[in-house]
Design a binder for this molecule. Structure first.
Ligand code: NAD
Length: 277
């Protein structure tokens, strides 16, 4: 397929690379030239002009809304538009109301999931468009599901970020407790990872957290954005999410303390600070 891929950052670059490797004809665009294995275009217009599928993987609502009018103006009318970015459900619905074949398809799995092409993808849109996008999802992901109409993928991604943020906060508390008690926290986390407390976060991040290595990964700034989406979604759905609200405050504190460009596992620094450690 002829694919335009806009946003070649931590996630977009390896995803676009996998699409090239799967035999697709990929034209990429970003603010700066990026080497991803395909052709680089200097503008959105140039990238999308002949595309059958247009993909965006951008930081947040403002960037998607900035790029979308240029896509709508220059892409062929029948093109399928897939937005992999994590944005508000409302914005996803606005895009779907303005471009007939639109899927919101936020992803989970982090930088490693993108590098290994094993992302989980939560998709909102029509069954026909989901089926048309299947070869693309297969090239970058492992688990992908149509979860409802426009915007539905973003609600599921909000649920995902709720669990991820809360899990980081609790793993951080577990580390602080074990270190303060003078036990072997590394061995402790190994045991936790093998039991009911086990998670992908413990599996992938326990060593870097213990070593206080916080290079992103997934930036605190982006998780802060996601907590806003989650609490907004909760207000819309008229439900209470107390753990989510607490996690949002810890992430806001991380950001306020200047950790916005660190990985979200840097929540550990905030939790340590609460006990002056
Ligand atoms: P990133 O900042 O590394 O990449 C975004 C890219 O978009 C950058 O290269 C930036 O230059 C480009 N960009 C911004 N504005 C642009 C414009 N107007 N035109 C063209 N390019 C533009 O971010 P990321 O970590 O790759 O995250 C992208 C999205 O994926 C976010 O919505 C994030 O929440 C989500 N996400 C990230 C991860 C992760 O682990 N990093 C995991 C799951 C989902």
């Amino acid at each position: 397929m002829k694919i335009a891929f806009i946003g070649l950052g931590i996630m977009g670059r390896p995803m676009a690379g996998h699409l090239v490797a799967a035999g697709h004809d990929v034209t990429g665009h970003d603010l700066q030239p990026v080497d991803f294995g395909g052709r680089f275009a200097d503008s959105v217009a140039q990238a999308v002009r002949e595309a059958e599928v247009v993909i965006t993987m951008l930081p947040a609502d403002p960037q998607v809304l900035a790029v979308f009018p240029e896509i709508a103006e220059h892409a062929p009318a029948g093109a399928l538009y897939i937005d992999f970015s994590t944005i508000t459900p409302q914005t996803s619905r606005t895009l779907a109301s303005q471009w007939k074949r639109t899927l919101d398809a936020p992803v989970s799995g982090g930088e490693k999931g993108a590098a290994d092409a094993v992302l989980s993808i939560m998709v909102g849109g029509s069954q026909d468009d989901f089926e048309a996008a299947r070869p693309i999802f297969e090239a970058v992901g492992k688990t992908f599901k149509l979860v409802g109409g426009p915007g539905a993928g973003q609600f599921v991604k909000a649920a995902n970020q709720l669990v991820v943020g809360g899990t980081y906060a609790l793993v951080a508390e577990a580390i602080v407790l074990m270190e303060a008690a003078g036990v072997d926290a590394g061995a402790g986390l190994d045991v936790l990872a093998g039991g009911l407390a086990g998670s992908r976060i413990l599996e992938l991040k326990r060593t870097s957290m213990l070593n206080r290595e916080f290079a992103p990964g997934f930036r605190i700034d982006l998780h802060h954005k996601d907590m806003g989406i989650i609490l907004d979604a909760a207000r819309t759905a008229e439900v209470a999410l107390p753990m989510g609200a607490l996690t949002a405050q810890l992430i806001a504190s991380a950001r306020a303390q200047g950790y916005g460009s660190l990985d979200h596992s840097a929540l550990l620094k905030v939790v340590e600070g609460l006990s002056s450690r």
